[in-house]
Design a protein around this ligand. Sequence first.
Ligand SMILES: NC(=O)c1ccc[n+]([C@@H]2O[C@H](COP(=O)([O-])OP(=O)(O)OC[C@H]3O[C@@H](n4cnc5c(N)ncnc54)[C@H](O)[C@@H]3O)[C@@H](O)[C@H]2O)c1
Length: 367
Amino acid sequence: MLRVTLFSAVLAAASATRLESLRLRGGQQKEKVCIIGSGNWGSAIAKIVGRNVLDRDQFEDEVTMWVFQENVDGKNLTDIINNEHENVKYLPGVKFTDNVVADPDLTNAVQGATLLIFVLPHQFLGRICPQMTGMAKGCRAVSLIKGIEFENGGPVLISNLIKENMNGMDVSVLMGANVANEVAQDEFCESTVGFKSKANGEIFQKLFDCPTFRIGTINDVAGVELCGALKNIVALGAGFCDGLGLGGNTKAAIIRIGLKETAKFAKMFFSGVQDDTFMESCGLADLVTTCFGGRNRKCAEAFAKGEGTWDEIEAKLLNGQKLQGTITAKDVATVLKTKGKEAEFPLFMRIHEIAFEGKAVSSIIDL
Ligand SMILES: NC(=O)c1ccc[n+]([C@@H]2O[C@H](COP(=O)([O-])OP(=O)(O)OC[C@H]3O[C@@H](n4cnc5c(N)ncnc54)[C@H](O)[C@@H]3O)[C@@H](O)[C@H]2O)c1
């Protein structure tokens, strides 16, 4: 009798644990979110996502955030985040909800996750992806990374790199006119989810959308992602204009030419790119905001004023953040030269010449 009772108790406990671990609610598994990265944008998005999951039934309350451990004033950054609910290094002055839990152990942070948010400079991806095991079956990802890689003379999307490194996981992208500090202050803006799987695009829309951060969706991962990557080149051109003291008309011209070259580049190298994408937040709107604010514009202005090399300017102005536009400008110029397409991209090529080949900054307007 005792054995039967014990057996039933064990069965009941196992079943409860299984139910708990499956996080069943109304027959549906709840989504468990893990943010991979905790810089300026990763932290801003942690504020939005941490708040959103608390009032949406399909998400678990706890959001884990993998943090590259750093020492800040003698303390671990993860301890500061978990005690003060603030990333004092990368997003000072902004509080997370306390369901956002920082974890320096990547393998631990992703355990059981069904939704991964990749938001870190892409140069670190190669090292971190192999450490990511233990996610739930059917786990999907969204990349917030603005960058691009080049292999065999052609561009490679960061979302594709993630997919390849994560056993074919479906990867959507989120890009838009989203300067992190403004998003974190709940200043109204829009953003765009580019998806391949409509259902996954909709899940990410639900995860990110709120009254101050409105999310549109479009079936075009490549177009959305390339807008996010290439705008950093155009922002260098805008920064050169600022350094030269040129006005709004000139910058508007740089933005217009930059948007056309972005669309041309995307269509030249990828199929399925839609014209509509360039009028979404990820396209025109992101280009405008990046050319007026943002780190690439700021550093290019300093470069135009002769304030140092790119490395010196990055170290002086960005407090550990990374400058993406210069790397992208170099890679894009290389691929355009390889393909013999320089003449079709006069702005991209000119920005590269100014940034890396000693061409006068004033030549930005000789297009
Ligand atoms: N900041 C923005 O306004 C913004 C907006 C939209 C998209 N993005 C994009 O989001 C991505 C992340 O940018 P961010 O602004 O959050 O980062 P960031 O430049 O503010 O911070 C750098 C991050 O890299 C981490 N790091 C440093 N060394 C590392 C290492 N060896 N291994 C792993 N991680 C390391 C740091 O801990 C930090 O989290 C970029 O692709 C960026 O273009 C940024």
